[in-house]
Write a protein that binds this ligand. Structure first.
Ligand SMILES: [Zn+2]
Length: 227
């Protein structure tokens, strides 16, 4: 849910940086329980906030989504239907809220007796994405295909983490809970008395404004970040 609307990008971005550490935001205490980002909104800049410290797994928000849409050609007149795969921002262009990237389903389109398969999704904010708009967006506003806030790909590891190490514990839990967030990994480590490792994850989460998966946290611990 959008938490606030700001006239200027700078104010929204500043607020988004302060949410994970709950600086100046009583509602987001204790620190580390919320993640936030600022995004362009039809009426300014929206601050989007999400609670990530619950028991249920919270998948990390992707920066982009790749979908199949219909292409009906540029010119006037009927030119049939084609299917193209495009990558667009995983945020609603109207309000900046998360798009329904986790609701994408194959949808069958029948035209002139032929079947075509495109993707359908529904945005939690309620704004509709029309194929023609998505196609135009992919051409006018190309997005990098790799997420900007993801950790760099881990270097091939010589030794996998041992099962009773902090990284091993988190990796095992992440395998069972798809989309596990780093906040839950930190809670898990606290339960096992590994408070230093948990604190390291929370510090990294704050630095990444909450964008950190449990898997990425495990890599961080295993790559020696826990010194
Ligand atoms: Zn929207």
């Amino acid at each position: 849910m959008a938490a606030a609307l700001y006239p200027a990008r700078e104010s929204a971005t500043k607020a988004a940086v302060r949410v994970p550490s709950a600086q100046g935001f009583k509602a987001y205490e204790p620190a580390g329980e919320f993640e936030a980002y600022a995004a362009q909104h039809a009426n300014g800049w929206a601050l989007w906030v999400r609670w990530v410290a619950g028991d249920e797994p919270v998948p990390a928000l992707p920066e982009t989504m790749t979908v199949r849409v219909t292409n009906r050609g540029e010119g006037p007149g009927y030119s049939g239907v084609g299917i193209v795969t495009v990558t667009v921002a995983a945020r609603c262009p109207q309000c900046g809220g998360p798009r329904g990237w986790d609701t994408v389903k194959t949808s069958r389109i029948t035209e002139d007796g032929e079947h075509y398969y495109a993707d359908a999704w529904s945005n939690p904010c309620g704004h509709l994405d029309l194929y023609a708009d998505v196609l135009r967006e992919s051409r006018l506003r190309p997005v990098p295909t790799t997420a900007l806030l993801e950790l760099p790909a881990p270097v091939p590891e010589v030794e996998p983490p041992t099962p009773d190490s902090a990284a091993g514990l988190v990796l095992a839990a992440a395998k069972e809970r798809r989309g596990m967030h780093a906040a839950q990994a930190a809670n898990l480590l606290v339960e096992h008395g590994m408070t230093d490792e948990a604190e390291l994850i929370r510090t990294e989460m704050r630095a990444r404004r909450g964008h950190l998966s449990a898997k990425a946290a495990a890599h961080l611990l295993h790559s020696g970040g826990a010194q």
